[in-house]
Design a binder for this molecule. Structure first.
Ligand code: LRH
Ligand code: MN
Length: 397
């Protein structure tokens, strides 16, 4: 039986926790070696809202869905009314808006970083159209990731591309409305394999700062070299008031987009710890958008998402149990072992009983996965989607 203040601490942490679901996490996705079709996978934007609604219904902490402009708003700003209808129907709001300047053929040599001014202008137009969608849907964040870069030394002028990105992001920032933010996501490689224009946190920080005050940095946990200390980057960005949000997932090798906490849950715990410790020390709420960015190539999409959110709730609860006052004293007195044990003790705490109490207090199921499986939702939607999913088999070459 968890002791009283553990239950209160966990409940307080979960009462203020929200994590955004990626619409693309519900659709059939694959790798360059192929895509294994799931009959039940979401196809339409309505399917994605419906599936996201299931995850929120059973976990209680995912009231928004991140949208990718080309994939979820086929008519661009013209799709806004439909999306609003879906949000109302399925009880989840439209979240961050993700422009797509990496898929179309014209982006072969880049988008905002392309040597061709016409392609840079076209890319900027897409960002501005995405801001109109952001405004139409009342979404706070424009979430920006660019595939831009090069594959071979000497093939592009890296300095010129940096300047073009600075100009493009500043031009987009100028069109943001009050209360809106733009989040600049970095990634060291893929699909570019020699240089990527926004490759690390420092480049994203510099570009966000030069764009304007409503620009922040987005940390995708899969976008780091193996040896990088991600929670140190998080601590720096927090201290610089430049941390805007996260794309949580997990990886064994590169940007594997695996289920959060499936490979290294202590990594995600250390990230949540740095945020909680910052909030405890400063008394300030970290203004961070927690989002999931995963592609479930083999697992059932909705089950993988429920697994992810259940894990996220547990890691947030564990991080809330760190005795911050004691930790601060031990860090100051350099009591290394006891300081480290503060984190390990919290991480080792089984918070599931306390989370079940919190869930019961919210009218939520003790076991979201079991509740979803008992709901018969999959049995209902699969026949409706099977034909369309299994008729389109995509191959790499
Ligand atoms: C790029 C990325 C980006 C998304 C995409 C689906 O790797 O992390 O955030 O747009 O995945
Ligand atoms: Mn991402």
């Amino acid at each position: 039986m968890p002791h009283a203040n553990q239950v209160d601490t966990v409940a307080a942490a979960l009462d203020q926790f929200q994590i955004e679901l990626p619409s693309w996490g519900f659709a059939n996705t694959g790798t360059r070696f192929g895509k294994f079709q799931q009959a039940a996978a979401a196809i339409t934007t309505e399917d994605k809202f419906s599936d996201a609604g299931q995850v929120h219904q059973f976990t209680g902490v995912c009231p928004t869905v991140a949208l990718h402009v080309l994939w979820d708003l086929p008519e661009g700003v013209g799709s806004v009314p439909d999306v609003k209808t879906l949000a109302a129907r399925y009880g989840v709001r439209a979240g961050s808006i993700n422009p797509n300047v990496f898929q179309d053929q014209i982006y072969k040599y880049g988008s905002l970083g392309n040597p061709d001014p016409a392609v840079r202008a076209h890319s900027l137009d897409h960002l501005l159209a995405s801001i109109e969608i952001q405004t139409g849907l009342g979404s706070r964040d424009l979430s920006l990731w660019f595939a831009d870069g090069s594959n071979y030394p000497g093939t592009q002028n890296i300095r010129h591309r940096r300047k073009w990105f600075a100009d493009g992001l500043a031009a987009a920032h100028a069109r943001l409305n009050a209360g809106q933010r733009m989040l600049v996501e970095y990634k060291p490689f893929e699909p570019a394999f020699y240089h990527t224009d926004i490759a690390d946190w420092g480049m994203a920080l510099e570009l966000a700062r030069s764009a304007g005050p409503q620009a922040k940095v987005l940390v995708d946990t899969g976008h780091h070299y193996q040896a990088q200390n991600i929670e140190q980057i998080v601590a720096w960005l927090l201290d610089l008031d430049m941390l805007g949000g996260f794309h949580f997932n997990d990886r064994r090798y590169a940007d594997d987009d695996l289920t959060m906490g499936s490979i290294d849950p202590y990594q995600a715990f250390r990230i949540f710890h740095e945020i909680r410790y910052f909030e405890w020390e400063t008394g300030k709420r970290a203004d961070v958008a927690y989002m999931i960015d995963q592609s479930h190539n083999l697992k059932g999409k909705i089950e993988a998402m429920i697994q992810t959110v259940v894990t996220a709730r547990e890691l947030v609860a564990k991080a809330a149990l760190v005795d911050h006052a004691r930790l601060a004293r031990l860090q100051q007195s350099c009591d290394l072992v006891d300081a480290e044990e503060c984190l390990k003790d919290a991480f080792a705490t089984d918070v599931r009983p306390a989370i079940r109490e919190w869930a019961a207090s919210k009218g939520l199921p003790a076991d979201p996965m079991d509740a979803f499986r008992q709901s018969g939702y999959l049995e209902r939607v699969t026949p409706l989607r099977r034909e369309r999913n299994l008729s389109s088999v995509a191959s790499y070459a």
